[in-house]
Design a protein around this ligand. Structure first.
Ligand SMILES: [Zn+2]
Length: 120
């Protein structure tokens, strides 16, 4: 039996949780301190790929630094009023992306961050 294209495709392609577009494929992002795997989206979001799902704290700091153009002072003083955060999990067993990832601590994760629009 064949499932409809849109139904399956939606979960097989990584899409930005903020705008629904396809971001850049994950690649090595050079940073002042080491490097990270991730990419950018047209809407201004950035994401960091965490293959093991075990170092999400590190991935979060990398993502935050990238979001603020490696201005670590700005990144460290940022609060949840400054950015939005979403995590997408890739379930290897099912071979698809899932939005709710809390239970699967050892699956690959894509941590997305985007700056919030500042009120004028
Ligand atoms: Zn986006």
């Amino acid at each position: 039996m064949r499932y409809s294209y849109s139904r399956t495709d939606r979960y097989r392609i990584l899409t930005c949780p903020f705008c629904g577009r396809e971001p850049e494929a994950p690649h090595t992002l050079k940073m002042n301190f080491g490097e990270a795997q991730g990419g950018r989206c047209e809407c201004g979001a950035i994401y960091v790929y965490d293959e093991t799902g075990r170092s999400l704290g590190d991935a979060f700091m990398d993502a935050l630094a990238l979001l603020f153009d490696q201005d670590y002072d700005a990144a460290l003083s940022a609060t949840e009023d400054d950015y939005e955060e979403e995590t997408i999990t890739f379930d290897r067993r099912l071979g698809r992306f899932v939005a709710d990832s809390k239970q699967m601590s050892h699956a690959s994760k894509y941590l997305f961050l985007r700056k919030k629009e500042k009120p004028a």
